[in-house]
Write a protein that binds this ligand. Structure first.
Ligand code: F6P
Length: 321
């Protein structure tokens, strides 16, 4: 089988491990892989070239994706998708593996339905928000990056007895905020899944300072709100009576850097399972990981709600007091 491989949407550390795994698994079983550059944009433009085992050497420790990625709006239009299908067929492609999140999988489902070419997805997003799978490639590295950064911010927060609002990624969901907040002992974790009233925050800061806390660190998911607007609100309510108030947006530094061992190893496993699924005749779906096992799920399940770890939030409230 000739397999096309692409990454779409936000890059995720560990994608390169998946790429290496797909290429080498396919080659070891006597099959071929073509790499598509820039995700769905490359499909539309026919930008693809053969990838051999030697081409994917030395990439395991690299962040980002060697195949490049894009958020290609044109793929929502049938006219451009048909162009992509023609390119796949004229390149002799008989199966596709796509790396990305829920948005990417919507496109993947359409390819399988409309072109008849089988498509398998591998969940890759630092937000970890793909339904039906406990794990998405990139999440562990993003957590490491966020934890490192918040630890550093705490040094200044303590030395200057400040209130800090640290905004972490998570467009719709609070997975990074919950775990990074717990791991760094944040005084407060704000996530879109919980409507924690901002009116309660000044009182919480006051109580913490009165029991002798030097700093007050709020880890806030971007899906809850913007750090700067919360800072302005707190300033208007408290002034600087309980310490100067600063806001930091961690932004894209969370998404970069060398992948952790977890993202590398999970990337290898996901890549092998995805390739074998395609070769064994699966026609449409993504690889999900639950309780230590891999499953193939319908693409539409990627949009299912997956809950955050409420127990972690509860534990943080108890331990950070
Ligand atoms: O989906 C991953 C993610 O990093 C989100 O956490 C964030 O909201 C978004 O991508 C940022 O996208 P971009 O890199 O296109 O600005």
């Amino acid at each position: 089988m000739r397999i096309a491989l692409l990454c779409s949407g936000g890059d995720a550390p560990g994608m390169n491990s998946v790429i290496r795994s797909v290429v080498r698994t396919a080659e070891s079983l006597g099959h071929e892989v073509v790499g598509v550059r820039r995700g769905y944009r490359g499909l539309i433009e026919g930008d693809m070239q053969e990838l051999r085992s030697r081409d994917v050497g030395g990439i395991l420790d690299r962040g980002g994706t060697v195949l490049l990625s894009s958020r290609e709006e044109r793929f929502k239009e049938l006219e451009y998708r048909e162009r992509a299908y023609m390119n796949l067929k004229s390149n002799g492609v008989e199966g596709v593996i796509v790396l990305g999140g829920e948005g990417t999988f919507k496109g993947a489902e359409l390819i399988a339905e409309e072109s008849g070419i089988p498509v398998i997805g591998v969940p890759c997003t630092i937000d970890n928000d793909v339904g039906a799978t406990d794990y998405c490639i990139g999440y562990d590295t993003a957590l490491r990056n966020a934890v490192d950064a918040i630890d550093k911010i705490r040094d200044t927060a303590s030395s200057h007895e400040r209130v800090f609002i640290v905004e972490v990624m998570g467009r719709k969901r609070g997975f990074i905020a919950v775990e990074a907040g717990l791991a760094t002992g944040a005084e407060l974790i704000l996530v879109p899944e919980e409507s924690f009233p901002k009116e309660m925050i000044p009182e919480e800061i006051k109580k913490a300072k009165e029991i002798g806390k030097l700093h007050y660190i709020i880890v806030m998911a971007e899906g809850y709100g913007r750090a700067e607007s919360l800072r302005e609100y707190l300033l208007s309510e408290l002034g600087e009576r309980y310490g100067e108030i600063r806001a930091t947006v961690l932004g894209h530094l969370q998404r970069g850097g060398s992948p952790t061992h977890t993202d590398r190893i999970m990337g290898m496993k996901f890549g092998e399972v995805a390739t074998e699924a395609l070769l064994s005749g699966e026609r449409s779906g993504f690889i999900a990981y639950r309780d230590g096992k891999f499953y193939i799920e319908d693409f539409e399940k990627a949009g299912e709600y997956k809950d955050i770890d409420w127990e972690a939030l509860r534990l943080n409230r108890r331990l950070s007091s």
